[in-house]
Design a protein around this ligand. Structure first.
Ligand code: SF4
Length: 345
């Protein structure tokens, strides 16, 4: 499979301004030094708690945010070095499906106006052609031509998300970011929308980035995944390998928290203490050390390297990769006592 999207050492930092606009108080390190590849025709999951940088990373992929450092290559082309016209053309091939279908649809537009808007912006002006295309798209997502002149408020949450999907695929994109596409929906509709996304992916040969904090959905949907914590990738690779053998303590905690009804195997519940620290002043060393149940003293000072531990499986953890050969703090491999791990230190 060829790579459709490659991120090379991508960081996205946002300045935090003081009371006066020219006074800079610091920066939010939303994404730090992320490198990964997404292959054509696959579903790539990005998981992690709220605020871990999932959406910022995906926004950088589709050119909605310019990275502070690093490169975003779409089909081998650096998006952020393209001339404006070329960038716009490329951008049409990448679309997003948003979490809240209601707020992402203009309530004053009817279905025809909502779905045909991207075509109009592209320069299409033949009403009959647009109408035929809108009807085709509606049928593709499980709506019908009778819905053409209805408004978003006439639909249920699931139908609105179908509408959002119809609009997202109206320009025949090849790369689609699905940002928590089912988290605002009822459980019964949830599975229908996931199945629709799977059907469309196969029919239209789409590549998805599937952002979710729900590991059960990611397990069902994704071929590859990246687990993010505080702007960094902790573990990434083949989804089956990660679910079968999670190596990073954070991934282990997330997987242990999946809610399902399979009680056949005993499972250990891992409760992570404290909250995610602030991305304005992230912890030194491993960003997860304050909450890690297996943290060692050296984790506080030495950042772990991101290493391929088996084919198609990468982990950033000293427990798995060992400490690098350098001057290390005294007792570096001794477990940190809980008193030392006060979140916010
Ligand atoms: Fe935990 Fe240390 Fe591994 Fe970070 S590097 S996840 S603190 S064991």
């Amino acid at each position: 499979m060829t790579e459709i999207m490659t991120l090379q050492n991508v960081s996205v930092h946002f300045p935090v301004r003081g009371a006066l606009p020219f006074l800079r108080k610091g920066e939010i390190q939303a994404v730090s030094d992320v490198s990964l590849s997404i292959h054509r025709g696959e579903i790539f999951g990005i998981v992690g708690e709220s605020g871990c940088g999932k959406t910022t990373l995906a926004s950088a992929m589709v050119g909605m945010i310019k990275p502070t450092a690093g490169q975003v290559l779409f089909e081998g082309v650096d998006l952020n070095r393209l001339p404006r016209d070329e960038f716009k053309k490329m951008r049409r091939r990448m679309q997003m499906i948003f979490q809240d279908p209601f707020s992402s649809l203009n309530p004053r537009f009817n279905v025809y106006q909502i779905v045909s808007e991207p075509m109009l912006i592209r320069g299409e002006d033949d009403e009959e052609t647009m109408k035929a295309r809108v009807v085709e798209l509606l049928e593709l997502v499980g709506l019908s031509s009778q819905d053409l002149y209805r408004y978003p408020s006439d639909f249920s949450g699931g139908q609105r998300q179908r509408l959002g999907i119809a609009r997202a695929i109206s320009l025949n994109p090849s790369f689609l970011v699905c940002d928590e596409p089912v988290s605002a929906l009822d459980v019964s509709i949830h599975a229908q929308i996931l199945n629709l996304l799977l059907e469309l992916q196969e029919k239209l040969n789409l590549t998805y980035v599937f952002i979710s904090h729900n590991l059960a959905d990611v397990k069902k949907m994704c071929d590859h995944l990246a687990v993010m914590y505080l702007g960094k990738v902790m573990e990434a690779g083949n989804s089956d390998k990660i679910f079968a053998n999670p190596m990073h303590p954070y991934t282990q905690a997330l997987i242990a928290a999946i809610l399902d009804i399979d009680f056949s195997e005993e499972r250990e519940i891992i409760v992570l203490p404290g909250d995610t620290p602030s991305p304005i002043n992230p912890p030194s060393g491993c960003r997860f050390w304050q909450r890690c149940p297996k943290a060692m003293r050296g984790c506080r000072e030495v950042p772990p390297e991101y290493v391929e531990v088996e084919p198609d499986h990468f982990v950033a953890c000293h427990l798995v990769n060992g400490f690098p050969d350098q001057e290390l703090p005294e007792g570096y491999d001794q477990p940190m006592v809980p008193r030392e791990k006060v979140p916010g230190r």
